[in-house]
Write a protein that binds this ligand. Sequence first.
Ligand SMILES: [Zn+2]
Length: 93
Amino acid sequence: MGQAKHKMEQQWEIHETAIQILMDVGCIKECPYHPGNYIEKDDDLQPAYAKGNSMITSRKMDYNRRDLSDAIKDAFAETLEECPDCAKWNKDD
Ligand SMILES: [Zn+2]
């Protein structure tokens, strides 16, 4: 039980880290009206992978490189092209 919980927390943490990296390099941005909703900006993820790798190299974080690359890819895959809440507002009905 304790082990599984720890693993889940770590996965959540690496996911948050991946989102932060994607924001920093400009691959995604947060909706200015809906904090927590992320929107795709640039689908070239190489700068995000490079930044993650260099953060690991400089020991700013302690993740497996492969895990972090996967987390970056997953976080970007979950990001929508447009904020779903803004899309609702923009509907005419
Ligand atoms: Zn929005």
